[in-house]
Design a protein around this ligand. Structure first.
Ligand SMILES: Cc1cc2nc3c(=O)[nH]c(=O)nc-3n(C[C@H](O)[C@H](O)[C@H](O)COP(=O)(O)OP(=O)(O)OC[C@H]3O[C@@H](n4cnc5c(N)ncnc54)[C@H](O)[C@@H]3O)c2cc1C
Ligand code: FES
Length: 254
């Protein structure tokens, strides 16, 4: 479904990240994403950070297109299509730990709201922590980690997750964040013998399973993902190793 929506609210999450709310009646679930476009930019994928009738995207400014989105004002029109992809499966019934790293936190907020499960939000420093206030309204246990120790646990979310596993018996980890974080998180889940669902990113053009630009080992991240199960991830040889850029060239992940 393709539509033009109007921005009805803008929230400054931190120095480089903003949330843009709009009304859109399309049904969407936690972990799904949309393609967004306005004149002067390429169309890019954005996770839904709110999935009800009022929906939102949470945008970290990293390049020219996300800069363009940061120029949106109240009442600005935004062209969107979707929602796309397979979201998180919240029916496992297992005791769940939710983990968001950086702007990946945007994609796990709908899971936080729906489940109220224990949550870890990680960021580089206290200035980069986002959406902790909203998460705190829905969960009993919210833990923050920062790489530089300026707030909460000193270290990354995977180190904090290992600490929390000493105290709690979790059966499922749900996460979104930078691939390097998710790579270590996946390995920790294998070691701890716990199930997981991770939301992955690859370069997207159509967003709808047609163009092939997001393919990883035969799986289309836009259609078969972006959320993948532990078993699916175990078969992805590119995961944590390399990805294709906008020209389809294989690029090693740093
Ligand atoms: C399913 C999915 C959900 C996403 N959700 C969010 C979100 O909620 N919030 C957020 O801030 N960012 C999100 N992103 C990442 C976002 O799409 C990129 O940050 C954005 O496209 C960068 O564009 P740019 O022109 O500002 O930066 P550029 O300088 O053009 O690109 C910077 C980096 O962004 C990535 N990128 C660029 N274009 C695309 C594209 N078409 N598809 C995928 N990656 C691209 C590339 O890795 C590139 O190296 C998501 C990506 C995917 C695949
Ligand atoms: S973006 Fe076209 S197939 Fe996934």
């Amino acid at each position: 479904m393709s539509d033009t929506v109007k921005i009805i609210s803008i929230i400054d999450e931190c120095h480089d990240t903003k949330t843009f709310e709009f009304q859109w009646d399309e049904k969407a679930s936690a972990g799904q994403f949309i393609m967004v476009w306005m004149p002067g930019m390429e169309e890019i994928p954005m996770s839904l950070s709110k999935t009800g009738r009022i929906k939102s995207i949470t945008v970290k400014k990293i390049g020219k297109d996300t800069q363009k989105l940061h120029d949106l004002r109240l009442g600005s029109p935004l062209r969107i299509r979707g929602p796309y992809g397979k979201g998180f499966d919240l029916k496992s019934g297992k005791n769940t730990l939710i983990i968001g790293g950086g702007v990946g936190t945007a994609s796990i907020i709908p899971v936080v709201k729906e489940t109220g499960a224990d949550t870890i939000i990680g960021a580089r420093s206290s200035d980069d922590v986002i959406m902790d206030e909203i998460a705190g309204k829905y969960v009993k246990n919210l833990w923050i980690s920062t790489d530089d120790g300026s707030r909460g646990f000193h270290g990354n979310v995977v180190q904090l997750m290992r600490e929390k596993f000493k105290e709690n018996n979790y059966g499922m980890v749900i996460a979104c964040g930078p691939e390097i974080m998710q790579y270590h998180l996946y390995n920790a889940c294998v070691e701890l013998k716990v199930d997981c669902q991770l939301s992955l990113e690859r370069h997207m053009k159509c967003g709808a399973g047609i163009c092939g630009s997001c393919v990883m080992d035969g799986m289309r991240v836009c259609k078969d993902g972006p959320v993948f199960t532990k078993e699916e991830i175990s078969k992805l040889t590119d995961f944590g190793v390399s990805k294709r850029d906008e020209c389809g060239r294989l690029v090693k992940l740093g």
